[in-house]
Design a protein. Structure first.
Length: 382
């Protein structure tokens, strides 16, 4: 099966994540995620993968066994991850179409007048002469993250069809509900998976690479007021709702994500000072970590996954564009659990939008990078 047909097949399955079921602790949060996982499991069987395990959470894992002689020193086990779900921003079924791009705008839907405009998405100009996969403008494309699944599966197909390519054990994993707090990765058993390092494919345009992301946490702030009759309210009355309003107004609006770029940090100092404004016990704060910066797991001797990826990009004449991710991805959780896991591009653009699109050559390049990461990992130990 060619990689485009494989991707289109995956888009026919609606895997929209369900925020309501996710909040209730149900995994997978939507039935379509299990349907997709079952399809992938059958494809893994057809490729003669080993140790195929599909759990009731829709977490699916499998192994491509090493094909190097037993006498060769052990080759580190590399792994690749993709997520099954698509964002809840749009829940309609995907109607994908492949269009040859010759420049200018792309009409997605004539009847509804929906157009992918080059003026709004100027990076389209980079793909003149390429085929581009788009929707009819009524749904997401689902390249986030079905492009990753297609790229990984096509890479396994390539290795099976070319047994002369030497490689160590290669492990793959497909997890649910990344789009709501990286729930699948949080439930993933890194220890039993038994890989040495890994990569997620969950990023944007060709050449992008992520080995740094936000540290993220949850903050629950409770405001405690004091009732008093207006006749004796002076110096006593504290309105908790107004306290919350004032607290929010003190947050620097200019540091919201829609106004910033690069790196930033803020919060704790202002929170600690609020007791001085309203009195002891007026405000309480509970902070909890959600996920860490993946860079913490890729320092010093642990930086080799970055070096391998750089070489794989170079072999495919791809200029690596290393960017910090302003948010998180499954690899942040996996890295925190002890599996160093930077992030490779899928080639798609405009995630979480009806204007999501995927250049075919970029998708093919993502799969080629996966193959070369596997080859380089073996070459460094042969």
């Amino acid at each position: 099966m060619n990689i485009v047909d494989r991707f289109l097949q995956y888009t026919h399955i609606n895997t929209t994540t369900s925020r309501e079921k996710g909040a209730a602790g149900i995994m997978p949060s939507s039935d379509g995620q299990m349907v997709l996982a079952q399809l992938i499991a059958k494809e893994l069987e057809a490729l003669d993968m080993k140790d195929i395990v599909l759990r009731d959470t829709a977490i699916l894992t499998a192994t491509l066994p090493s094909n190097v002689p037993a006498s060769v020193q052990a080759i580190p086990t590399v792994s690749f991850f993709a997520h099954l779900d698509t964002s809840a921003e749009q829940s309609n079924d995907t109607k994908a179409q492949v269009v040859p791009y010759n420049g200018g705008d792309i009409c997605l839907n004539t009847e509804q007048g929906i157009t992918l405009k080059e003026a709004e998405f100027p990076e389209l100009a980079n793909y003149v002469g390429d085929d581009i996969i788009v929707t009819d403008g009524t749904s997401l494309l689902g390249a986030d993250d079905k492009a990753a699944i297609a790229a990984i599966m096509h890479a396994l197909q390539t290795l099976k069809a070319n047994p002369d390519i030497l490689h160590g054990d290669v492990k793959v994993a497909f997890v649910p509900d990344e789009e709501q707090g990286l729930r699948g990765a949080k439930a993933f058993d890194v220890e039993s998976f038994d890989a040495d390092f890994g990569y997620t494919l969950d990023c944007c345009g060709i050449g992008e690479f992520v080995h740094e992301n936000w540290n993220a946490g949850d903050a629950v702030i409770t405001f405690t007021g004091q009732s008093a009759h207006p006749m004796s309210a002076k110096g006593k009355l504290k309105n908790s709702l107004l306290m919350a309003h004032q607290f929010i107004s003190m947050l620097p609006a200019g540091e919201a994500p829609q106004y910033t770029e690069g790196r930033m940090a803020f919060l704790q100092t202002m929170s600690n000072n609020c007791a001085g404004l309203w009195g002891e016990g007026s405000v309480s704060i509970h902070l909890a970590d959600r996920y860490e910066n993946v860079a913490n797991s890729l320092e010093g001797d642990a930086s080799f996954p970055i070096d391998i990826a750089k070489e794989a990009y170079a072999r495919n004449d791809i200029q690596m564009n290393a960017i910090p991710m302003r948010g998180g991805y499954d690899g942040a959780v996996l890295s925190q659990k002890g599996l160093p896991c930077p992030n490779i591009f899928t080639g798609a653009h405009n995630f979480h939008s009806i204007y999501e699109y995927l250049p075919v050559k970029s998708l093919q390049a993502a799969s080629a990078v996966v193959v070369d990461v596997i080859k380089i990992t073996a070459e460094r130990h042969l």
